[in-house]
Design a protein. Sequence first.
Length: 120
Amino acid sequence: MLRGGYFFTGAFWERAQQDGAIARRIRQSIEEWLTALRRAVDGARRRGEIRREVDAERTALELNSLLIGAQWSYLLADEDHSKARIAILAKLGALATEDIPAKSFDSVRDWKRYLEDRHE
């Protein structure tokens, strides 16, 4: 993250409604990011980590919104990401199947431990 916020969010707000190569490239980057989030959600569904009925496109939008909220939290709370982390972990926990232990969503450290352990 750049000091003061995430580059693409600022650039997107400033250029999204404009014409030209820069505006098109920024929109393309945002679309690629949302596609990557959607694919991650689809992959989690296939692996049985989140419920099958979860709408991947809507969930990608919701996760992106939480990440934008994390940027605001960063700016408002002097680099404190704790509220944003809690919100993101709560969202992931609400989507998860029972195959993921509930304690995995207690903290970022627990989530990282879960991700590392599942590959062993």
